[in-house]
Design a protein around this ligand. Structure first.
Ligand code: PMP
Length: 429
């Protein structure tokens, strides 16, 4: 009997080793990693340069409290990030994961308006979104199923429609007018409420399965935020660090945010690292008066790991767009005949498959059918690791399969992923 508070079924394989895009269990079974866990492992498993950088920092000094010491490694990491993130004059607040990054960003936004004498407190996010499991991040998340048990603690956030082209919330405007309809909906909410910030993923990952918004969406949203004095928080926890083919998701639309949150790919799983990255203006407004902190924020080993991961990513990011197209086209081709595949979508190496009970009406299976979970389990038995999402626009029913292999995955491995994924879906009834 294990005394670990388990997160999965009792009969999980036991992990032993991992290298590149492959993981082995203690029985010697090998798995092709098409999701890097929860879309985490950008640089691949077992990267010796990253491991060595982390070990070197741990040997020199592994921990120093952020209120007691400055550190070169933190300065170097923040400087390197500032040249890459879509934030003007970036200032970096390192934390231990995505949820902490989101909590930090939400509090930064509130603190910013208070410092300017404005009592803005409402956070606007989107239906179907996922921003984390802690209370503030969960409140921002628009997933009914996740929110329901904690409803008495939630309710301060307001949810706007999601740009979800497969189930467009503005069918009368679809397809050419949906971006404008989204912006008009936000304009209305921003006029109605004392809004501190709008938070959204550039490409919706865990919540909606790699939904790419229409081309006018992000420029229009950024403009609406500016018009109403609302801070724009780009949640790049999943889309950051090259995942979608550019360093950050917003880069596809040339849009800058006031605050960017990141995690996952930042340290590629080698260290629990998250980032809340504020613009120079936000930083200057609240610096010195921002009452916030974690014991493990500004962690030195985290910064050393993140810095080495950036170097490991540099040669990989330029190849992601082509690899992503190969994966998307390949999956579309092999899944075209499967009646339960409603949509295959994505950007770069973030790919989503939406499974439906009826392709013509796009009706989802009832959640109790647990198709996405069962497809994931079948895939694992076939030696393929994929990630499942549950929920569509309203966050209740729906079956999503999410793929996000390491950016180092070869084309041969991607071809294997495509074939195994099709077999897993076909074999699950
Ligand atoms: N934001 C987004 C967009 C995410 O995808 C996630 C994790 N799936 C989070 C926040 C929360 O990150 P973490 O699980 O590291 O707390």
């Amino acid at each position: 009997m294990s005394r670990v508070f388990a997160r999965g079924p009792a009969s999980l394989p036991r992990v032993a080793t991992a290298l590149g895009s492959r993981v082995w269990d203690t029985d010697g079974q090998s798995y092709l990693d098409a999701s890097g866990g929860a879309i985490v492992v950008g640089v691949g498993h077992g990267n010796e340069t990253v491991i060595e950088a982390a070990a070197r920092q741990a040997r020199a000094v592994s921990y120093a409290h952020a209120t007691m010491f400055a550190a070169d490694v933190l300065d170097d990491y923040a400087e390197a990030l500032a040249g890459l993130v879509p934030v003007d004059d970036a200032h970096v607040y390192p934390v231990s994961g995505g949820s902490e990054a989101v909590e930090t960003a939400l509090k930064m936004a509130r603190a910013y308006h208070l410092a300017r004498g404005e009592d803005r407190h409402v956070i606007v996010s989107r239906r179907g979104s996922y921003h984390g499991n802690t209370r503030g991040a969960l409140d921002a998340s628009g997933r009914d199923g996740l929110r329901a048990p904690y409803a008495p603690w939630l309710g301060a956030a307001v949810h706007a429609p999601s740009p979800y082209e497969y189930r467009c919330p503005f069918p009368e405007a679809h397809p050419d007018g949906c971006a404008a309809a989204h912006v008009a909906a936000l304009d209305k909410l921003f006029a109605e409420w004392p809004v501190a910030a709008f938070i959204a993923e550039p490409v919706a990952g865990a919540g909606l399965g790699a939904c790419v918004p229409p081309s006018g969406y992000w420029p229009g949203v950024a403009e609406a935020c500016r018009r109403h004095g609302v801070l724009l928080i780009a949640d790049e926890v999943m889309t950051g660090f090259g995942r979608t083919g550019t360093w950050f998701g917003l880069d596809h639309w040339g849009v800058r945010a006031d605050i960017v949150t990141a995690g996952k790919g930042a340290a590629s799983g080698y260290w629990p690292l998250g980032l809340a990255i504020a613009s120079g203006e936000v930083h200057a407004t609240i610096a010195g008066a921002f009452t916030h902190g974690f014991t493990y924020s500004h962690h030195l080993v985290g910064a050393a790991t993140g810095l080495a991961v950036l170097d490991a990513l540099r040669p990989l990011v330029p190849g992601v767009a082509d690899k992503g197209r190969f994966l998307l086209d390949g999956l579309r081709a092999v899944l075209a005949a499967d009646e339960r595949v409603g949509d295959v979508r994505g950007l770069g190496l973030l790919t989503g498959i939406e499974l439906v009970a009826d392709r013509a009406t796009r009706r989802p299976y009832p959640r109790a059918h647990r198709l996405a979970e069962r497809v994931t389990a079948t895939a694992r038995d076939l030696g393929l690791l994929i990630y499942h999402g549950t929920g569509c626009a309203d966050g209740t029913d729906g079956d999503l399969v999410l793929l996000g292999p390491p950016l180092s995955t070869s084309e041969d491995e991607l071809a294997e992923i495509i074939a195994l994924c099709a077999r897993a879906i076909a074999a699950t009834r």
